[in-house]
Each structure stands twice: as C-alpha cells, then as structure tokens.
Write a protein that binds this ligand. Sequence first.
Ligand code: SF4
Length: 176
Amino acid sequence: MAVATHCPYCALQCGMHLRVDDTVTVQPRDFPTNRGGLCQKGWTATDLLDSPERLRTPLARQGGRLVPVSWDSALERVVDGIRDAQRHGRDRVAVFGGGGLTNEKAYLLGKFARVALRTPNIDYNGRFCMSSTGACRSRCPTSPTPRRSCSSAATPPRRCPPSCNGSRRNANAAAG
Ligand code: SF4
C-alpha cells in the first residue's frame, strides 16, 4: 500500500509516497516543489520510526536527570512554568513555530499565542533555518542567477533542497 503525503521536515513540503509493507519506505512523488526529487532528510524521513533512540514518552528533569513521566504530569509542569513566567508579564513567554507546519497548524499556533497566552511574541524557524536555505540558493554557483561562491559548493547535491538540485540540473543543461 502506498500513501501520498508530504515530507514533514521543512517548508518545501516535498511530495512523497510512503510504501507500507513490513517496513515503511519513502518514494519521491511528482509535486511542484520537488518534481520527483528529495533531499537526504526526505529520503531518510522514516528511519526514526523504529529508532531505539526515539522518544515515546515525555521526559522531565528530576534531580538533574531526565526521567519518563506521564503526559498529564508533563503538561501540568508546562502550565505551571508558563503561569510562573507570566506573573511578571504576559509577554514573558514566546511561541516558536516551524516552516514544516501546515497552514491550519500555523493558524492555531497564532491563535494559541494571542488568545490563550495573550503574548505578542510569536516567530518561526524560518528566520534562522529557511533564510539560510534561501541565501544558499541565491548564492549557489550553479544557480541560473549566480552571485558569488556558495558555501554549499562542496555539498553533495543529495543534501541540497530539490529546488537547488533543479537549479544545478538546469545550469548543467545550459552549460552542456
Ligand atoms: S527539501 Fe528536504 S527536508 Fe525539505 S521538504 Fe523537501 S525532502 Fe523534506
């Protein structure tokens, strides 16, 4: 059985199929952002499903050690921490989302920040993560509009976002 879905790791949301047999394996899917390509993170997206290091229960620090606790206990601890911080002002807490969130989840996160927590502080990882990907792409020497040497010049193409690999393919085709 193959299930059409998207890579959950970054905002490109590359299209993929998950083939479910005894194990779950990834197959790329033709989609406007990846056109059948995936980067290394997408290809290995299912590796963590059966990793022995995968977290399956919340951990809380007790006496300097992280120990498994119930979800109720972990969430109570989060609520207590937020309440404690907000005794000094609503804006003492911030919410940090991610480019991998769906539009609906990003909307709910914004509502949670503004309506439930009543903090104006909300941001997402694009400021630190995807902005560097964008800078990488704009500086890529094989991009159709190269500017200067790119720190990713020595990066194996399989680690670059598929859109960059597309640039490389296009540039190679133009040069060839
Ligand atoms: S660029 Fe890589 S990490 Fe981002 S969605 Fe595509 S396969 Fe996943």
